[in-house]
Ligand binder design. Structure first.
Ligand code: ADP
Ligand code: ZN
Ligand code: ZN
Length: 742
């Protein structure tokens, strides 16, 4: 059977949608693969051009007699595009969607924008010849012309701007010499550099023994070309960033490049400066504040070899470095590393794949590793590295857990417990700073009792029920439905309802209690403007406020040495979201929040206020004991067949017509049933956490299975089925493997 290759001939955005089909000659069938650069005849005169294979098939897309054969596979120096296209193919296979969607994710997006050109003037001849010609063609007293000639003989070439502004030579003079064939103009693409305004200090921190040990362990393997994946579990303030920088410095010294992923929210001026101080101009960043053109420039600079280190959120993963040596994913537990659009990939997994393709090392770092990564480390898939102490013998903060039910009993109805008020008073007195953190994750939805803290849960699933319209409570895992009770089923209190509290309200309370305190608030409202976030951080950093009040935004990786007290106002909130990750997220948030206290010379204290002090995620956070948390949590996941012990595939079906979505979901369920898979549990169709977005109804199917590949096979057959029997217009179907929400 003949084999055909679909190829793309240009990797700019506009052209990705267009593939061309060629015949794979028999002698190339064994060698050809997706991503490979090939040479093909193209166009009228059958020009020889380079393309990339994006798909291989035995089904011709038009008359086979008219399909031209590929000339050859290009083997001299596989370009970086080939690596990225292979990566795209792997992503398409493992996460679903089309090859196009995958390609658009991994390839730098090229836009037809008014590209800035930088003009440089250079000598058109050897210096001696230039001088001779100059004397022939010009009168004696051509001062400006001579000044330009001499400057160019000395400097080789000069930017046009410098010549006109600094040398005081006019454009007319430049043109005159150009006419005479003495100088020439070179137009260069001017790439915007987002860190151009910074200054490098060059200071290097001397690593302590524990940090050095981690670096040596990784380097030993890298030196011997045995790249691996590491999980660096280091408590908050243990100096992980310094470890990354040392590894990067060594990698760069070997002529290789590095990618550092940092969650967007932690990618602050402070963080960028640390890398810039060490690596100067050879660093670039990608973040959402750059325009598309600026982002494209950064990818281009990477490709041209102008930089060695790229720092950025998820998408920096696809930086086209041709000799990538190391990838680092800091705060690897962050959910922002998972894409919420097709292909719904996880940066951790794609990084591991890219590392495998190009022989790079991957380091995942966190104070609170994701269950997934720690599970893999325990199984030996990743190598575990640990930093168990803070640098310079700084102690971990002392943690007080306050039972809010007791506060109520003792007549304190304020959101600030007596203990917290006491410690705040003391800090204000000493002129130290503090942070109040309101855990708002999962705020919407769950119903709890103000008197006893009881949360209404599903009788079958151990997740909280969520409030829907018309007073209904629904379980998002099994579809169980019930009426919202009028009184608490546990204590009979009538104070039962949806829990609500905001940062603004808390600021009012704090100001009333401590009129002399200077407060600053960080939440969705105050960070809406472009620089709002950085402004608040730097104001607090400059000690323009005593108390920073905020949501999860304030707990991510910031380093404020003068903060000695962190108050967590309602630790439970994230415990009752209808999500099997809720204990993990709670533990992470509390540990990270606690990690903000005592990072300077003074030790820190943390107050965790909660209705459920006995919950293991709170007990473990109090002890700052990751392993204690992990052991409990992994047992629970195993018991209920959740990741990482099991794998979960969510099939999301959406439509403007609720009925159509339901029908499609039922049909897919039937199709899966026909596959007769004994090892797969199918749940649903049911409603997801958010059952309607922008008037689009959503239905879900949950598939649980021990084996990831089985789920990928199911996805493959469903994709084929959907291609042959589409449900008609307006039905969207997406696959989501091991989601981070829900
Ligand atoms: P992490 O990333 O683990 O939270 P950082 O790398 O941010 O830790 O280090 C915390 C603080 O300690 C930073 O201010 C950093 O400059 C400082 N630090 C890190 N390593 C050392 C060291 N070996 N000696 C002195 N200070 C250090
Ligand atoms: Zn249920
Ligand atoms: Zn109650």
């Amino acid at each position: 059977m003949a084999l055909y290759a679909d190829i793309i001939i240009d990797i700019s955005l506009e052209k990705l949608d267009r593939t061309f089909q060629y015949l794979v000659p028999e002698e190339l069938e064994q060698d050809i693969g997706i991503g490979m650069p090939i040479e093909v005849p193209f166009g009228k005169g059958s020009r020889r051009i380079t393309g990339y294979v994006v798909n291989l098939t035995t089904e011709p897309s038009f008359d086979p007699a008219k399909i031209k054969p590929i000339f050859n596979i290009k083997t001299d120096g596989i370009p970086i595009e080939a690596e990225l296209i292979s990566l795209a193919a792997w992503m398409r296979k493992n996460y679903g969607g089309t090859m196009n969607q995958a390609l658009k994710t991994v390839l730098p997006i090229k836009r037809k924008e008014n590209e800035k050109q930088k003009q440089t003037i250079a000598l058109a001849l050897e210096p001696q010849a230039a001088r001779t010609l100059f004397l022939e063609k010009n009168r004696k007293n051509s001062v400006a012309r001579e000044r330009l000639l001499e400057a160019l003989i000395e400097q080789g070439e000069l930017p046009k701007e410098i010549i006109t502004k600094k040398l005081g030579v006019s454009t007319a003079v430049i043109h005159a010499l150009e006419e005479q064939g003495i100088v020439k103009t070179i137009s260069k693409r001017d790439y915007r550099n987002p860190v151009a305004h910074l200054k490098k200090s060059g200071n290097v921190t001397v690593l302590n023994a524990a940090q050095q040990n981690v670096v040596d362990t990784v380097w030993e393997q890298m030196k011997n070309h045995q790249p691996k994946t590491y999980l660096l579990h280091g408590v908050t303030g243990s100096g992980k960033t310094e470890v990354y920088m040392e590894l990067i410095a060594r990698t760069v010294a070997q002529g290789k490049q590095a990618i550092v992923l940092i969650p967007e929210i932690a990618l602050t001026y402070q963080t960028v400066m640390r890398f810039y101080n060490r690596f100067g101009e050879r660093v670039s960043i990608l973040n959402s504040r750059l325009s598309l053109g600026e982002r494209f420039d950064q990818y281009q600079r990477a490709k041209n070899g102008e930089i060695d280190v790229m720092i950025g959120p998820r998408s920096a993963l696809f930086t086209p470095f041709s000799n990538l040596g190391i990838m680092i994913i800091d705060e690897e537990h962050e959910t922002s590393y998972k894409s919420e659009t097709v292909p719904r990939y996880h940066a951790r997994e794609v990084a591991a794949k890219r590392a495998e393709l190009c022989g790079a090392t991957l380091v995942l770092g966190s104070a609170t590793p994701s269950l997934e990564s720690y599970y893999k480390a325990k199984k030996g898939e990743y190598t575990l590295l640990e930093l168990t102490e803070r640098v310079q013998n700084r102690p971990l903060p002392v943690c007080h857990v306050i039972d809010l039910r007791d506060e109520l009993k003792q007549g304190n109805r304020s959101i600030l417990s007596v203990k917290l008020q006491e410690l705040m008073e003391e800090r204000l007195h000493k002129g130290e700073q503090m942070m109040l953190f309101l855990n708002r994750r999962g705020l919407a939805g769950f119903v709890s009792c103000r008197a006893c803290g009881n949360v209404i849960k599903c009788p079958h699933c151990d997740v909280s029920l969520s409030q829907h319209q018309g007073g209904r409570l629904i379980c998002h895992y099994c579809g169980y439905e019930t009426e919202q009770p009028k009184v608490c089923p546990v204590c009979g209190s009538k104070y039962i309802g949806g829990f609500k509290a905001g940062t603004q309200k808390i600021e009012e309370i704090v100001k009333k209690r401590f009129p002399e305190a200077r407060t600053i608030r960080m939440d969705m409202d105050t960070t809406r403007t472009k620089d709002g976030y950085e402004k608040i951080l730097s104001a607090f950093s400059n000690r323009e406020a005593d108390i920073l009040i905020g949501t999860q935004m304030i707990v991510k990786g910031h380093d404020f040495p003068n903060v000695t007290l962190v108050g967590v106002l309602a630790a439970d909130m994230s415990l009752y979201i209808h999500d099997y990750h809720s204990a993990e997220r709670t533990f992470q948030l509390l540990t990270q929040a606690a990690g903000r206290a005592g990072r300077g010379s003074e030790p820190g204290e943390v107050v965790i206020q909660t209705y459920t002090p006995e919950h293991y995620s709170i007990e473990a956070a109090k002890e700052q004991d990751y392993r204690m948390f992990y052991e409990q949590e992994i047992r629970y996941r195993d018991l209920l067949n959740y990741p990482p012990v099991w794998n979960l595939l969510v099939i999301l079906i959406s439509s403007r017509e609720e009925e159509n979505a339901t029908k499609a979901a039922e049909q897919i369920e039937k199709k899966i049933a026909q596959m007769q898979l004994k090892t797969v549990a199918v749940i649903g169709p049911t409603e997801p956490a958010v059952a309607k977005i922008n008037d689009i109804y959503r239905k879900v199917l949950y598939l649980k299975c021990g084996n990831y590949d089985t789920l990928v096979e199911i996805k493959d057959s469903l994709e084929q089925y959907l291609e042959k029997e589409p449900f008609g217009n307006g039905i969207g179907i997406q696959f989501d493997f091991n989601p981070v929400h829900g």
